[in-house]
Design a protein around this ligand. Structure first.
Ligand code: 6LW
Length: 503
């Protein structure tokens, strides 16, 4: 798509929705970015951009069952944490931690970031989570992890050499030094870390040294990025990576959240990826203001084609934006059984199970609508907004009944029920701003669930407060995912439609 003369907007977050722990790398005019994926399969979404603000998902690094097997009992927010994506010696290298039982650190490599990626190379000697890869001038690879410590690594074998050594503990009094990235910039090696924990205290700090192994001197202005103690609309800013823009200027990608509603504010889309400008003073990075509008970017925009919001399930495989809880066995989730439909076969009895059969897409807009045409046959299933197995709202069809189910922590209740004619029907949900007055008791949004009549009108069965599907209530590291599920028997879906409602 041509870059110039396009009425495109550059806005933050550059990657909305549950896209945390961004790691970025530049190869010529192309940028690639990877994120964490936790309990979802495929794992580690990968994106491409030419302008740092318009990103198109090109694949997932762990998209074959042989590459990623998450245990059945693994609860949400386990699984795949915090990748680092780098390009070295003509190849892409990605190192990531599988935090589930039997997991550990692993490396995958590819010549094309859209895939295929290699089988995982285990790196059992890497001493922690959030691994980073950096190569020094003589080609030695250093792997730096949360803590912050470092070990020499051969990424082609996963073999580590020597004893890991501690590099830095971050700023005084700051908890959780993590998410390290190591770079050679000018005369220094820079060690960028996150600290303060990934909640409201999150921040980014930096140190520099003359060698990749230290010693490192902390920046006197640390933390170089934090919104702790502020009422900035973007909170929890941290877990960053540095990159140069097309014009050679410096930029930081990092995660942040957008809490809404009354005090303390609830964020529902998970941790999203933002972009901020970086300048240098005395060889230290200075991070500019985090703004919603990035209108003054000094290079032409390259809008990616708008992602299709509707999937008619006409293709033999699901596109890369679809994610399933834990795994996606072809026997349980397939477009081949009834051509032009997605067929799900239940495993377990409800969305409350950690291995429920659920396939969805990230909620990427604060307000949106999702619909699906479901044929429950003899089974039971429907449309859900899922934060985790203990926090979800669903509209479920079975035979001649539809019902709205709310699961919030240990409470599970059928909120509404209605008889419907047998056969396929359209289930719908709308996520909208709460009605005025906005006060301290206002939640972030309203989730309205119902059915669409044959004439296209929406019949609401229940309108639920969205705060209970927020990270402030549920905890964890993910964000909302909207999708289809089967709770009993076989359930077919003819199409799924997701439509942003905001601006
Ligand atoms: C990740 C850690 C963090 O490993 O959260 O935001 C953890 N930072 O660095 C999970 O995303």
């Amino acid at each position: 798509m041509p870059a110039q003369n396009q009425p495109a907007r550059a806005t933050n977050p550059v990657l909305p929705g549950f896209h945390p722990d961004p790691s970025i790398c530049r190869v010529g005019d192309d940028y690639y970015l990877a994120c964490s994926s936790f309990e979802y399969f495929p794992g580690v979404p990968l994106f491409h951009s030419r302008d740092l603000v318009h990103w198109r998902q090109i694949g997932n690094a762990l998209d074959r069952p042989e590459q990623l097997r998450l245990p059945a009992s693994m609860p949400s927010s386990g699984g795949i944490y915090a990748p680092t994506l780098r390009h070295h010696d003509g190849r892409f290298w990605l190192i990531v931690t599988n935090c589930s039982e039997g997991g550990g650190n692993l490396i995958v490599t590819a010549t094309d970031p859209a895939g295929p990626w290699s089988d995982p190379i285990p790196a059992p000697g890497v001493p922690g989570i959030d691994p980073d890869l950096a190569w020094d001038e003589d080609g030695t690879c250093w792997c730096t992890v949360a803590g912050v410590s470092q070990v020499r690594l051969d990424p082609s074998t996963g073999q580590t050499y020597g004893t890991p050594h501690k590099l830095w503990s971050g700023g005084p009094g700051a908890k959780a030094p993590e998410a390290p990235h190591l770079y050679r910039i000018g005369d220094y090696w820079y060690l960028l870390i996150a600290e303060g924990g990934t909640e409201r205290g999150h921040g980014v700090s930096i140190a520099r040294g003359r060698t990749p192994t230290g010693p490192f001197e902390p920046c006197p202005a640390n933390p170089v990025l934090t919104h702790r103690g502020t009422d900035h609309p973007v909170q929890n800013t941290g877990h960053a990576d540095l990159v140069q823009g097309p014009d050679g200027s410096w930029w930081m990608v990092f995660l942040g959240v957008r809490p809404r509603g009354g005090t303390p504010g609830w964020h529902v889309l998970g941790r999203e990826t933002f972009l901020a400008p970086v300048t240098w003073e005395d060889d230290w990075p200075v991070v500019g203001e985090v703004t919603t509008d990035l209108a003054t970017l000094p290079w032409p925009l390259s809008p990616a084609p708008v992602a299709e919001g509707r999937d008619d399930f006409e293709l033999s495989a699901l596109g890369p934006t679809w994610i399933s809880v834990r795994d996606r066995p072809t026997g349980l989730c397939t477009t081949k059984e009834r051509p032009g439909w997605l067929t799900l076969h239940a495993r377990g009895g409800s969305l409350d199970e950690p291995d429920a059969v659920f396939t969805g897409r990230r909620q990427q807009h604060l307000t949106c609508r999702a619909r699906t045409l479901v044929d429950p046959e003899q089974g039971r299933g429907g449309l859900a907004v899922r934060l985790d197995e203990r926090h979800h709202y669903a509209i479920e069809a079975s035979g001649t009944q539809v019902r709205v189910i709310a699961r919030v922590g240990s409470l599970r209740t059928v909120v509404a029920e209605q008889a419907v004619p047998a056969g396929p029907l359209v289930l719908a949900l709308t996520i909208s701003d709460p009605p005025p007055p906005h006060g301290p008791c206002t939640g972030p949004d309203i989730v309205s669930l119902g059915i669409e009549q044959p004439d296209g009108t929406f019949t609401e069965l229940a309108a639920l407060d969205g705060r209970y599907l927020s990270t402030e209530v549920a905890g964890g590291f993910t964000g909302r995912v909207i999708g289809m599920y089967a709770a009993a028997g076989t359930v077919h879906f003819d199409w799924f439609d997701y439509e942003p409602l905001e601006g």
